[in-house]
Each structure stands twice: as structure tokens, then as C-alpha cells.
Write a protein that binds this ligand. Structure first.
Ligand SMILES: NC(=O)C1=CN([C@@H]2O[C@H](COP(=O)(O)OP(=O)(O)OC[C@H]3O[C@@H](n4cnc5c(N)ncnc54)[C@H](O)[C@@H]3O)[C@@H](O)[C@H]2O)C=CC1
Ligand SMILES: O=CC(=O)O
Length: 263
């Protein structure tokens, strides 16, 4: 027979996994998202205590953290967790994790891999068609009752045969490229390194790619080299008619208001 105290001691010996803020999937799946007999979940977000105080009672026992984008794994948090061995992000991007500190401490970092890539690639192509064909813009025009006042909305254009540059050709970028091929798009890419096995034109320089593209799709990781990679020079090379679809992180585009206004 199992006594309640033995259940307690068994639970106490399990590795503890900290969740600072609930991942979006928990809103749908609730505790099923993290149900396991192999570890115990510490839900800091259910405690009224500020995180450092909450961790004061638990910090030594935490060996892993589940980290959604909304709960960055900073050097300060890592310092509070002397026995942390693993960070698992619920996103593909790991830009909210202090990778330098993790490396220094020998903490492994696992991400969501390609779980979202197909859906993000579908969305990127959907957004391209939407902008070129002006679907949402024309819909807003009609809903605002401008049609009788201003006449026909300007025609859109086809995605077919457009020159599309993807900034990043990883899991998402390569799926976007595969989807664009049947449209007859001319695909090029920029990435950290040229990929020997892909048929698309490689640009080392994003500005040069922009000058030869009708649209850029941003699908690279956010890191110190890609922050503000899309700056005013890239935008002016792309031209006023150029389209940008960003399915990665906002900070990759230098969203200086003045610069965007000038377009
Ligand atoms: N909108 C959404 O729902 C989602 C967005 N993402 C974002 O998309 C990003 C990419 O995701 P994956 O394709 O899965 O990642 P991945 O790791 O497979 O590919 C990343 C790409 O970024 C490129 N890259 C890195 N530094 C670069 C630089 N300096 N210049 C140009 N390219 C550079 C790499 O060469 C690689 O091709 C993620 O880091 C994340 O921020 C990811 C999943 C979902
Ligand atoms: O933005 C989402 C991700 O998975 O990264």
C-alpha cells in the first residue's frame, strides 16, 4: 500500500521544473501540457510572491525551466537557480534566453524545433498574397463605405513570377521557398552561410538582395547580427513598392518611425 507520506517523499525526489509564466498551450491544455510522473512542476505564476521570494524556498531544487517568450531566461534568473541544467523554450526562437550565460554555466537549451514551421510558412505565403492582391486593404476600403464615394479600389498584382528574397533559409525559410516555387516566383535568400544544396540565388548582402526583390520575407533568428538588419538602406533598396513580411522578430526591422514614414 502507498501511504500519503511515501507519495510526498517520492514527489520530493523528482526533478523540479520551474514555469515562471504559463505558456500559451497551457490556456488550452491546462495541466495536461505538463502532466508527467517524471518531474514536479513549480508554477511560480500561481504564487502571490515576487519571483525571487518564491524561489528563495525552491531555488536549489530547480533543475529545468520551461520558458515561453513572455518569461525571458535572463542571467539574473539563472543566477537564482544554482542547479539549473536545462532550459526548454516553447518557441523555436531562443532570443529570450541568455545563451551566453547558459553556455558559461553548462546549461542545455532545447527549443521547439520545427513544430511551427509549416504553419508559419503557410502564413507568410498567405500574407504575401494578401498584400500583393490587396485583399485586406480592399476589404477595409469596402467596409469603410469608400467604394461608392471613391470608385474602384486600385488593382492588386499576382504573386506569380515575383522576385522574393528570404532573409534566413532555415526550417521556416526553406518551407516558404518550397511553397513559392509552384507560383513561379524567383527565389533568393540571405543567411549566415551559403547553402551548397539549394537552387536559389544566395546574397551575402541583404541590401543587394533587396535591390533585386519585389518582397522580402524575414524568417531568420534574432541575434546580435540581425537586430535592425532591415534598416533604412535595405528599405530604400527595396523601393516604395516593395513588400516586407516579417514572421520572425520585430527587432530585426529598425522601426524608427521617421524611417518608415519616409517610405
Ligand atoms: N511567427 C511565428 O509564429 C514563429 C516565428 N519564429 C521565428 O522565426 C525564426 C526562424 O525560425 P526557424 O526557421 O525555425 O529557425 P532556423 O534556426 O531553422 O533558421 C534560422 C535562419 O536564420 C539565419 N540567420 C542567422 N543569422 C543570420 C544573419 N545574420 N543573416 C541572415 N540570416 C541569418 C540562419 O542562417 C538560418 O537560416 C525563429 O528564430 C523565430 O524568431 C519561429 C517559429 C514561429
Ligand atoms: O515566435 C514563435 C517561435 O516559435 O519562435
Amino acid at each position: 500500500m502507498t501511504t500519503s507520506s511515501s507519495i510526498l517523499s517520492t514527489t520530493e525526489n523528482l526533478p523540479r521544473v520551474l514555469i515562471v509564466k504559463p505558456p500559451a498551450a497551457m490556456a488550452v491544455l491546462g495541466d495536461r501540457f505538463v502532466a508527467s510522473t517524471k518531474f514536479e512542476i513549480l508554477k511560480a505564476f500561481e504564487s502571490p510572491l515576487p519571483l525571487p521570494e518564491f524561489l528563495a524556498n525552491h531555488s536549489d531544487s530547480v533543475s529545468a525551466v520551461i520558458a515561453p517568450l513572455a518569461a525571458p531566461v535572463t542571467a539574473d534568473l539563472i543566477r537564482l537557480l544554482p542547479n539549473l541544467r536545462l532550459v526548454v523554450t516553447t518557441s523555436a526562437g531562443v532570443d529570450h534566453v541568455d545563451l551566453v550565460e547558459c553556455r558559461r554555466r553548462g546549461i542545455s537549451v532545447a527549443n521547439a524545433g520545427s513544430s511551427f514551421s509549416e504553419d508559419v510558412a503557410d502564413t507568410a505565403v498567405g500574407l504575401l498574397i494578401d498584400v500583393f492582391r490587396r485583399i485586406s486593404a480592399a476589404n477595409r476600403f469596402v467596409k469603410q463605405r469608400f467604394w461608392p464615394l471613391k470608385g474602384d479600389y486600385p488593382l492588386g498584382s499576382k504573386l506569380g513570377r515575383k522576385r522574393i528574397g528570404t532573409v534566413g533559409l532555415g526550417s521556416i525559410g526553406s518551407k516558404i521557398a518550397t511553397r513559392l516555387e509552384p507560383f513561379g516566383c524567383q527565389i533568393s535568400y540571405s543567411s549566415r552561410n551559403q547553402k551548397p544544396c539549394v537552387p536559389y540565388h544566395y546574397y551575402m548582402d541583404v541590401e543587394e538582395m533587396a535591390a533585386n526583390s519585389d518582397a522580402l520575407i524575414i524568417c531568420c533568428e534574432l541575434n546580435e547580427k540581425t537586430v535592425h538588419l532591415i534598416n533604412k538602406d535595405v528599405l530604400s533598396a527595396l523601393g516604395k513598392q516593395g513588400v516586407i513580411v516579417n514572421v520572425a522578430r520585430g527587432a530585426i526591422i529598425d522601426e524608427d518611425g521617421e524611417m518608415l514614414e519616409r517610405r
